[in-house]
Design a protein around this ligand. Structure first.
Ligand SMILES: [Ca+2]
Length: 381
């Protein structure tokens, strides 16, 4: 269903600028836009499995490490771990996951943190909020725990995004061994949930009053979503998710919709076995983007800043397995071309962010993780 493209950087450009740019056989409907040239600066290489960050109004960057630590980076130095943080189940894919600020952070100081909570035999994705004061995480409140708990240390999902009405959505993965739960309406595994900022459940959630449905469900039929971004320009909520072997996706999320896992998928089981005979089914949404083979998408942003005009309105998805940021070029709500960025780093990229000045910030994965800043190449005078 997708036509391939034969577009890439010219060889001369590649040599002179040292850029990495790939032709990608995926959604291309038209030739890709030219790739900007970048300066990449390492801000710190002292992070232990960084997973997420938040830009504080002070200019500091708050970073969550999967090992269960929050640290502040002031542009030069990395703080000691912040005291008083909750205890995470640090095991396999579990630990501290996502971090977002309340939209009114400057007034109320709330920092939201999702993490793997519990013990090996019974754990799940939990959301807390607290305030950072004098090097400590204080005023902590447990807001929500996705149930049922499970006995696997994987597929927590856990990315967060605030919506314009100050509710927030949180991804909850299927727990890997419980993929059928993604279709169970009384389970929160394999769902996006939508919560008020105090953790209560909004009365206008799509299934709030529906019998046999958990009232927190926003959308269902997800596998392991690790990227979610609200685009204020399109007024759309975009999310990506890991498929199995193949079948990674970007979706536009809408309340009450079913995104199909595991009834429909373009992926196969890791053994190579078929998961389902279906790639489409009535009442289930098709992905906006299907990545087969998998890139292992780990975060998602919509670029609405000015510093990189080429990215404007497009989606940027970091990727672990493919060691890149996948630039999905959009026309309206339609993906029209894809380009692989930052392959020259040869790093699993855990997350991509857009700073207030429009620069990109990358977190590289692993126990020697880095925070990198990407700006346009400054032309020689
Ligand atoms: Ca799907």
């Amino acid at each position: 269903m997708f036509r391939s493209i034969n577009h890439c950087c010219k060889a001369s450009t590649f040599l002179i600028l040292g850029l990495f740019c790939l032709a990608l056989p995926s959604v291309a409907e038209q030739p890709a836009k030219p790739t900007p040239t970048f300066d990449i600066t390492t801000l710190t290489d002292q992070l232990q499995s960084p997973w997420s960050l938040a830009f504080l109004p002070s200019g500091d960057i708050l970073i969550a490490e999967k090992v269960g630590a929050l640290r502040l980076f002031d542009g030069k130095t990395l703080s000691a771990p912040i005291a008083g943080v909750p205890q995470a189940l640090v095991r396999s894919q579990g630990g501290f996951q996502d971090l977002v600020l309340h939209p009114d952070y400057e007034k109320n100081g709330w920092v939201y943190l999702s993490f793997a909570w519990g013990e090996r035999s019974a754990n799940g994705t939990r959301l807390v909020r607290g305030r950072i004061k004098q090097g400590a995480f204080v005023d902590q409140e447990v807001l929500f725990t996705a149930e049922p708990l499970k006995n696997t240390p994987v597929h927590y999902g856990a990315r967060l995004a605030f919506l314009p009405d100050n509710t927030l959505v949180m991804a909850v993965g299927d727990g890997f061994d419980f993929r059928e739960s993604a279709q169970k309406t009384d389970s929160l595994l394999g769902k996006f949930v939508r919560l008020n900022d105090d953790g209560s459940i909004p009365k206008d959630n799509p299934f709030f009053t529906k019998k046999d449905y958990h009232p927190a469900i926003y959308s269902l039929g997800h596998r392991n979503p690790q990227g979610v971004a609200y685009d204020p320009v399109r007024q759309q909520l975009f999310a990506n998710e890991h498929g199995p072997q193949g079948g990674d996706e970007i979706n536009i999320l809408a309340p009450g919709k079913n995104y199909g896992w595991p009834i429909i998928t373009y992926g196969r089981d890791y053994s190579g076995a078929s998961i389902t005979p279906f790639t489409e089914y009535e009442g289930m949404e098709q992905p906006l983007v299907n990545w087969t083979p998998s890139i292992a998408p780990s975060s998602l942003v919509v670029y609405n800043a000015d510093l990189f005009p080429a990215f404007k309105g497009d989606l940027l998805s970091s990727a672990l397995k493919a060691k890149e940021v996948r630039w999905v070029q959009m026309q309206g709500e339609k993906p029209v071309a894809e380009v692989s960025l930052f392959g020259e780093l040869n790093a699993r990229i855990r997350a991509v962010y857009v700073g207030s000045e429009g620069a990109l910030y990358l977190l590289t994965d692993g126990d020697k993780g880095s925070l990198l800043k990407v700006t346009p190449t400054v032309k020689a005078p």
